[in-house]
Design a protein around this ligand. Structure first.
Ligand code: PLP
Length: 492
């Protein structure tokens, strides 16, 4: 048949596949997902694939003609799954152990079926209002005052960028309108964060035209908390050099050790100098759900903005990051821009509900609140608390094992669900101890029964576990500890 033939039609016809054909496939995928969750523990965590192997096993060119979904799904098992790292495995103890779960899976499926864009209230009343409701619940769980308003972004890095953009606008330099280039009258802008703070500070500075080298890293004390005296000195020095502080970033739960800056003292510095205080509580904010963990948020009530990532330790799978701010008007002044074609659908509603598109770069926004709503309802406040509390207990348990063994040492206090430790056998030089611990991590991660992270603390190699997976139980940790000790015993 030739394409010029007027009777030519695509096969299958235009449009989506018919619902009746979809239904059994959806059931099949539902079974697949439930089986995956049921059997995840028996999987090898790290794939044994060479670089390029997965791509080489897939068709190189896009098919010219429609392919049956059944065949595509079969390829998922045969060609895609061999290249998956099983982050949801209960013995995946790397990073912060973000994990999927049943309620979230249901939310994701429904959100995909609806595929609404939560950009304005009018085009998405349910997605907008659910987002506001979920943000209110999170605010309540963390004990924040009602003046804190929130918005959901994809990641903590993007949330930090938005916070610093608002801080930049609040300086009154008219950057939104006039930009930064060809303005010799502008001072050099500086951002301050500890030497343990996350690299998203630099990423934000890069994106905002502030420049990576204008993030000034402040040294930390013995417990990896920002040295506030050094912060004051840095501000003084920079002021004399004609720089202007854009923001100070305090961290509640640093990436490597989970350390918590003295936010109240940093807030005093910010108040004295009129500087925007942003708190990176992407990981550690979750401690605020525990009455006994509220200490971690002490002083945050004075901040201008704060990021909390429920996709790190509050059981909402990637991606779901929340920026709370007490100064939402600055976020809005920075990003609200309503082009003509959106005017008819903009303006929130009479009850005061907002259009979330006004508070960020993104126009089209996924219905992310749905999965969080499902998770928070399905586990309840007590269920979330219990899981976070259990992770803290398990982290302390691991620390006690390290403390109890000769030749093992802790490299940082365990304050949350992260433990930094290492094997330090007598007779090894410090360079040998570093190499030995790096080899332990590499050996373990390659085997695939357990996954942990290797980091450096003050130049010393450390092994690090992070708990955040709701499938991780004490028995997994006991097996993991045995595995780590065995790997430390293997030399060479
Ligand atoms: C303390 C801290 N802040 C921010 C981030 C960035 O979060 P995201 O991966 O959501 O961008 C991380 C990531 O690990 C982090 O550890």
């Amino acid at each position: 048949m030739n394409r010029a033939d007027p009777s030519y039609t695509l096969a299958p016809p235009l449009g989506d596949i018919p619902p009746d054909a979809l239904r059994p496939l959806l059931h099949q995928v539902a079974d697949w997902a439930a089986d995956y969750r049921a059997e995840i523990e028996s999987r090898c965590i790290s794939p044994r694939v060479e670089p390029g192997e997965i791509a080489a096993g897939l068709p190189g060119a896009m098919p010219d003609n429609p392919e049956p979904l059944q065949a595509i799904l079969a390829d998922l098992d045969e060609r895609v799954m061999p290249g998956v790292v099983h982050w949801g495995h209960p013995s995946f103890l790397g990073y912060f152990g973000s994990t999927s779960n049943g309620p979230a899976l249901l939310g994701e499926v429904v959100a995909a079926a609806l595929n609404v864009s939560a950009m304005t209230w009018k085009v998405s009343p349910a997605a907008t209002e659910l987002e506001t409701v979920v943000l209110g619940w999170l605010r309540g769980m963390l004990g924040l005052a009602p003046e804190w308003e929130g918005i959901v972004y994809d990641t903590g890095s993007v949330a930090a960028m938005h916070a610093l953009a608002a801080a930049r606008e609040a300086l009154g330099l008219d950057v939104r309108r006039r930009g930064l280039s060809a303005r010799p009258e502008l001072p050099k802008l500086r951002v301050y964060a500890s030497d343990q703070a996350h690299s998203s500070a630099e990423k934000a500075a890069i994106a905002l035209g502030v420049g990576e080298e204008n993030v000034r890293r402040i040294p930390t004390d013995a417990e990896f908390r920002m040295d506030v005296g050094q912060l004051r000195r840095a501000l003084y020095e920079d002021e004399r050099a004609g720089c202007r502080p854009l923001a100070i970033i305090a961290t509640v739960g640093t990436t490597s050790t989970g350390s918590v800056d003295r936010v109240d003292e940093i807030a005093d510095v910010c108040a004295e100098r009129g500087v925007w205080l942003h708190v990176d509580a992407a990981y550690g904010g979750a401690m605020g759900v525990l009455p006994e963990g509220r200490w971690a948020l002490h002083g945050c009530e004075h901040a201008d903005s704060m990021v909390v990532n429920p996709h790190k330790w509050l059981f909402v799978p990637l991606d779901f990051s929340v920026l709370f701010t007490r100064r939402p008007e600055w976020l809005r002044r920075t990003f609200s821009l309503v082009p003509e074609y959106l005017r008819g659908d903009a303006g929130g509603n009479e009850a005061g509900e907002r259009d979330y598109m006004d508070y960020g770069i993104q126009l089209g926004r996924r219905f992310r609140a749905l999965k969080a709503w499902m998770v928070f309802r399905a586990f309840g406040r007590s269920g979330i608390e219990a899981r976070v509390r259990e992770h803290c207990r398990l982290a302390r348990l691991w620390s006690s094992w390290v403390d109890a063994e000769e030749e093992w040492e802790m490299l940082a206090p365990t304050t949350m669900s992260v433990v930094c430790f290492r094997h330090s056998p007598a007779g090894m030089t410090s360079a040998e101890v570093d190499a030995h611990n790096e080899a332990i991590a590499a050996r373990i991660n390659k085997e695939g029964e357990l996954y942990l992270t290797h980091t450096k603390l003050r130049g010393r190699a450390a092994l690090r576990i992070g708990l955040g997976n709701l499938l991780t139980e004490e028995r997994h940790l006991r097996a993991a500890w045995e595995r780590v000790r065995a790997a430390a015993g293997q030399r060479g």
